[in-house]
Ligand binder design. Structure first.
Ligand SMILES: [Fe+2]
Ligand SMILES: [Fe+2]
Length: 261
């Protein structure tokens, strides 16, 4: 323990959350730079709150703010690729790999396989709310328009059965959301637009190959998709997130989520 440990004294009278805060604060004192959370991280914790720069520097005297990688996260290569994000930033990849593998097994085109492989990247790396829209925006500059369109739209199509295509309303959604859950009007409107769209089936195929119940014994290797990604994802030479595409900032934020600015 460093000399700063006094800032984080843990006593038996503290509540669990006070203890967690104290441990977190202790960890912060151990770091060379001040690492602070974005407001969004506080919002998702249920607080509308931010700590100002001056107050933080007072709390951690003599230190500057982190303007680079977060030392607590796995380091990223100098020129990261999509696969590096899979390995170092996606919290879970099983669902994506298994969905991609099923699409491959069902003999679908590379576009459909890629769409299945990427359909939930927002959930595993970034944010759940509106994950189809976020995921689509992240990949849009790098993939065929049909792929990003399908990723965006699967979020709506998930809630509407198409029995003729072999897609029922998911049992799991009854379990997760209850049987009286109704999608919001913007989701209904998205579905109605999608029904008339020329790429409707591409998005529907994401839903059909979307795997809910995992087979724990089934191991799918990311290596199985290296060639398909190589042919269908335009990897920027500078590194994904270090290029000037309209969504590069989203990848950078994932790479360096705790830069002060
Ligand atoms: Fe999804
Ligand atoms: Fe999914």
């Amino acid at each position: 323990m460093g000399p700063q440990a006094a800032h984080a004294k843990i006593t038996s009278e503290m509540t669990l959350s006070e203890k967690a805060d104290a441990i977190e604060e202790h960890m912060m004192h151990e770091l060379d730079k001040i690492v602070t959370k974005s407001v969004f991280a506080n919002l998702t914790d249920g607080h509308v709150d931010m700590e100002g720069g001056a107050a933080l520097q007072k709390k951690y005297p003599g230190k500057y703010f982190n303007m680079g990688p977060d030392p607590r996260l796995p380091p990223m290569p100098e020129k990261p690729t999509l696969l590096d994000y899979f390995k170092h930033r996606f919290a879970s990849t099983n669902h994506l790999l298994q969905s991609g593998a099923l699409a491959l097994k069902n003999g679908h085109s590379e576009k459909v396989v890629l769409a299945c492989l990427l359909h939930d990247i927002a959930v595993v790396s970034f944010i759940r709310c509106d994950h189809g829209y976020w995921g689509a925006q992240m990949i849009e500059p790098y993939v065929d328009e049909e792929v990003s369109w399908a990723v965006r739209t699967h979020q709506a199509l998930r809630f509407f059965p198409d029995e003729a295509a072999g897609y029922k309303y998911p049992e799991m959604y009854l379990k997760l959301f209850g049987d009286d859950y109704k999608p919001e009007p913007y989701i209904v409107a998205e579905y109605e637009r999608a029904l008339k769209h020329k790429w409707y089936m591409t998005s529907r195929l994401i839903c059909i190959n979307d795997i809910y119940s995992f087979d724990p014994n089934m191991k799918v290797n990311l290596d199985d998709f290296v060639d398909i990604v190589g042919r269908n994802f335009r990897q920027p030479e500078e590194g994904l997130g270090l290029d000037d595409s309209p969504s590069a900032h989203m990848w950078r934020t994932m790479m360096w989520p705790n830069r002060f600015l």
